[in-house]
Design a protein around this ligand. Structure first.
Ligand SMILES: NC(=O)c1ccc[n+]([C@@H]2O[C@H](COP(=O)([O-])OP(=O)(O)OC[C@H]3O[C@@H](n4cnc5c(N)ncnc54)[C@H](OP(=O)(O)O)[C@@H]3O)[C@@H](O)[C@H]2O)c1
Length: 250
C-alpha cells in the first residue's frame, strides 16, 4: 500500500514544494490549505492527481474546524509535515497591534492539536516533521509572537521524539533561514519600506553573511523534509536542522 503523508500549508511556497517532492518520491498525499481557492488550484496540479491526493481547506486557527477534520480523518498516515505558518510582527511596546493569538494558534497550537488528534492514525514506524525557522533558535526585534511559536515547535519536536521513539516514530524540525517565497518577499518589502531603503539592495545585504550568499529555494527545504520522511532517516530524531547561519539583525 502506498504510504500517505499529510502536509499543512501546501497551497504555495515551501509546503507546495514539499508536496511536489514527496509526490515524486512516490508518497500519497493529504494536503491542507486555508482557502478553498488554494485547494482548487492544487487539485488541478497533475502531480496532485497522480499522488492520489486528498485536498482539504480549513482554518487551522479555528479549533472547531481542526477538531472536525481530525474526527473525520480515517486513513492511515506514514507521516505529517507541520508546515503551515504565518508571520505577523509587532513590537512588544506597540499598543495598537497584537498578533500573538493568531500567530500562536496557527504556528504552534495547530501542530499540537493535529498531532494529538492524528497520532492513532500515524503508522509505527512513522514520521513527523515540523517546519521551524532560523527564528527557532534566535530572537529578532518585532518578531516576538513568531519567535515564541517557532521556539515552541522545537520544544514539541524534542518532547515528541522522546515520547514516540519507542514506536519508531521519528520527529524532526527543519529550520530554514531565508527562503524565496511570498512570505519572505513581503517581509523584505515591508522592512525596506519602514527603513526607506531599496528592497533589492536590502535583500542582497541580507544574503551576504549567509554561507551560500543566497536565500534557499523552497525545493531545497523540501529535499531535507523528503530525506527525513524516507526509510533512510530511520535513525534520526529529536533534532532541529538549521539550514544556513542565522541572520541576526536587531
Ligand atoms: N519563507 C521563509 O523564508 C521561511 C523561513 C523560515 C521558516 N518558514 C516557515 O515555513 C513555513 C511555510 O512558509 P511559506 O513562506 O511557504 O508560507 P506561505 O508562502 O505564506 O504559505 C503559507 C501556507 O500556509 C497556509 N496557511 C496559512 N494560514 C493558515 C491557516 N490559518 N489555516 C490553514 N492553512 C494556513 C496557506 O494557505 P492558503 O494557500 O490557503 O493561503 C499557505 O498554503 C511556515 O511555517 C514558515 O514559518 C518560512
Amino acid at each position: 500500500m502506498t504510504r500517505r503523508i499529510l502536509i499543512t500549508g501546501a497551497g504555495r511556497g515551501i509546503g507546495f514544494a514539499i508536496a511536489q517532492v514527496l509526490a515524486r518520491d512516490g508518497f500519497s498525499l493529504a494536503l491542507v490549505t486555508k482557502t478553498e481557492a488554494s485547494a482548487e488550484k492544487l487539485r488541478a496540479e497533475r502531480f496532485v492527481e497522480a499522488a492520489d491526493a486528498t485536498v482539504v481547506a480549513f482554518d487551522l486557527a479555528d479549533p472547531a474546524a481542526l477538531a472536525s477534520f481530525v474526527a473525520d480523518w480515517r486513513e492511515p498516515l506514514w507521516g505529517v509535515v507541520h508546515n503551515a505558518g504565518i508571520c505577523e510582527t509587532a513590537a512588544i511596546a506597540d499598543p495598537d497591534h497584537d498578533p500573538w493569538g493568531e500567530v500562536l494558534a496557527v504556528n504552534l497550537e495547530a501542530p499540537y492539536r493535529l498531532t494529538r488528534g492524528l497520532l492513532p492514525r500515524i503508522s509505527r514506524p512513522g514520521r513527523i516533521v515540523t517546519i521551524g525557522s532560523q527564528l527557532s533558535v534566535e530572537g529578532r526585534a518585532g518578531y516576538g509572537a513568531y519567535c515564541a511559536s517557532k521556539f515552541g515547535l522545537i520544544g514539541l519536536t524534542k518532547c515528541w521524539a522522546k515520547e514516540l521513539g519507542r514506536d519508531g516514530i521519528t520527529v524532526n524540525a527543519v529550520c530554514p533561514g531565508w527562503v524565496e517565497t511570498e512570505m519572505t518577499n513581503s517581509d523584505i518589502d515591508r522592512i525596506a519600506a519602514e527603513q526607506g531603503r531599496d528592497a533589492a539592495a536590502f535583500k542582497a545585504e541580507i544574503a551576504d553573511p549567509l554561507e551560500l550568499k543566497r536565500f534557499n529555494s523552497p525545493e531545497e527545504v523540501a529535499e531535507l523534509v523528503a530525506f527525513l520522511m524516507s526509510q533512510k532517516a530511520s535513525g534520526i530524531t529529536g533534532r532541529a536542522w538549521l539550514m544556513q547561519t542565522v541572520w541576526n539583525q536587531q
